[in-house]
Ligand binder design. Structure first.
Ligand code: 13P
Length: 275
C-alpha cells in the first residue's frame, strides 16, 4: 500500500530539491500509464482528478481507481482533487478516499479565498489528509487572463489558511501547447522571501523542462501540474492506433496501444523535475 498524502510527498521534495508531478488524469488508461511511468522512474506521483475528469466519471469511482492503483504501486501515489470549487465537492472527495484536496478560491476576493480555503484545510487536516490552495490567478491560454500573485498576499494566505501547498501565478498559464512560456523568477523569489510554504505551479506544460528542473532544485516549488503535454501524447497515440487499421473496432485493443507512448511521455515529464 503506497497511498500517500500530498504533504508526505512534498516535504521530502522541498528538503531534497526536487519536484513531484501532479498529472491530470482523464480515465483509466492515462492514470494507469502514469503510475507505471512513476514506478519505472522510481519517483512519487500525484494523480489528479480535475473538473473535466469529474464531469466524465463520478468522484467516488475515481477515488476507488486512484486507491486501487496506489495499493498496487511500489512508489508513493497521492489521490488528489484538482480545482475543487465548493466545500461540498471537497467533502465528497474526502469521503471518496482522496488524500489531498485542492480548493480553488482564486477567482474570489482575497479575504473570502482565505476564509473558505481555511475551512477546507481544517477539514482535510482533521481527516489526516492534505490541502492545496491558490493565490493570484493562473489564467488559460486563449481564455481568462492571469493575475500575478502578490508576495504579501501570498504570505498572508499561507499563514491564515494553514495550507500544505500553495499554487501561485508567476507567468504560468493553463493549457499551453508548447513550452514557449517561462516563469518570472523574480516574483518567485519575492514570494519565497516571505513564506516557506511548498509552492505549486499549475500550467506546467508551458514551462520549459530546463526551467522546471532548475526551479525544482533551487526554489520551494515542489509540485508542477502537467496536463496538456500528456493529453497531446495520448491524443496522438490514440489517433495513430485508430488509423492503423480501419477495420478494427474493439476499443480495448485500440486504447491498449496508447499505453507505451503515454508511459514514455510521463517518464520524460518526471525527468524534468529531478536530477
Ligand atoms: P496544463 O494542462 O497547462 O499542463 O495545466 C495542468 C494544470 O495546471 C492542472 O491543474
Amino acid at each position: 500500500m503506497s497511498l500517500a498524502t500530498l504533504s508526505e510527498v512534498l516535504v521530502p521534495a522541498k528538503t531534497e530539491g526536487y519536484a513531484v508531478a501532479g498529472l491530470v488524469c482523464l480515465g483509466w488508461e492515462d492514470m494507469r500509464a502514469y503510475v507505471a511511468a512513476a514506478e519505472a522512474e522510481g519517483c512519487p506521483v500525484i494523480l489528479q482528478a480535475g473538473p473535466s475528469c469529474r464531469a466524465h466519471t463520478p468522484l467516488p469511482i475515481l477515488g476507488k481507481m486512484f486507491r486501487h492503483l496506489a495499493e498496487e504501486a511500489s512508489v508513493p501515489v497521492v489521490a488528489h482533487l484538482d480545482h475543487g470549487y465548493t466545500f461540498e465537492e471537497c467533502k465528497e472527495a474526502l469521503e471518496a478516499g482522496f488524500t489531498s484536496l485542492m480548493f480553488d478560491g482564486s477567482r474570489k476576493p482575497l479575504q473570502q479565498n482565505i476564509d473558505e480555503t481555511a475551512v477546507i484545510a481544517e477539514m482535510a487536516h482533521k481527516a489526516g489528509i492534505s490541502c492545496e490552495g491558490e493565490i493570484g490567478f493562473v489564467g488559460y491560454d486563449n481564455g481568462e487572463a492571469s493575475a500575478g500573485t502578490n508576495p504579501q498576499e501570498a504570505a498572508q494566505f499561507a499563514r491564515e489558511t494553514g495550507v500544505d501547498a500553495m499554487a501561485i501565478s508567476v507567468g504560468n498559464v493553463h493549457l499551453q501547447t508548447d513550452q514557449s512560456g517561462g516563469l518570472d523568477e523574480g516574483r518567485i523569489a519575492a514570494i519565497q522571501g516571505l513564506t516557506d510554504v511548498a509552492l505549486v505551479i499549475h500550467g506546467g506544460s508551458g514551462v520549459p523542462g530546463v526551467q522546471r528542473r532548475a526551479l525544482a532544485r533551487g526554489t520551494n516549488i515542489c509540485k508542477f501540474n502537467v496536463g496538456t503535454e500528456l493529453r497531446q501524447a495520448f491524443g496522438h497515440a490514440l489517433r495513430d492506433a485508430v488509423n492503423r487499421d480501419p477495420d478494427r473496432f474493439d476499443r480495448v485493443r485500440i486504447l491498449g496501444e496508447t499505453h507505451d507512448p503515454v508511459v514514455a511521455a510521463a517518464r520524460r515529464v518526471f525527468q524534468t523535475m529531478r536530477g
